[in-house]
Design a protein. Sequence first.
Length: 181
Amino acid sequence: MNPAQTTRASKFLSLVLRHQPETAFLTLDSAGWTCVEELLRGCAKARRPITREQLQHIVDTNAKKRFEFSPDGTRIRACQGHSVEIDLAYEPQVPPNVLYHGTATRFLDSIRTQGLLKMQRHHVHLSGETKMTMDVGARHGKPVLLTILATAMHDAGHTFYRSTNGVWLVEQVPVKFIRFP
Ligand code: HQG
């Protein structure tokens, strides 16, 4: 697979494992897992064939580690980013002092009044580092970095989860915990 084919296959996996498992004739269990063999068969049936080796390559090299195998290697899931109703069963975690959220300047007025909302996703996504976070914001327009007072928010009773690929997840971020640039 060349890099472009790998990206295309990875996007198809995101679609199947996060949003529309039926596209590859699959169902996900309550924690988002599906059987690797069934996934390979389903992808072939959906005319997006992929080998076990290619799948392994995508899981290993995906820049954001979007997918993970179960410890025995028989099942696979997306680590976060779902729109289908599942419970990833992450344990609550104590966040670092501050976290970051990348967004676009055009959303700022709304965020200043409503805080950060999860929109179409299951959680608001926060990050411990700034570079990737600016890239996330740039997907929506002129990027801007918001600083989230995570410890203060945690102390106020908000629950933080951390996905296997290091994304911090919260239900929402009230305005008072956001520092605007
Ligand atoms: C914004 C990608 C107006 C929010 C990335 C964001 C990330 C508001 C957009 C992951 C708002 C939602 C998540 C409010 C939030 N008013 N706009 N009150 N509250 N927003 O794509 O964080 O490629 O759902 O700032 O790398 O951009 O999927 O979330 O701009 O990790 O693996 O509404 O998606 O990862 O956009 O991205 P998204 P996001 P993957």
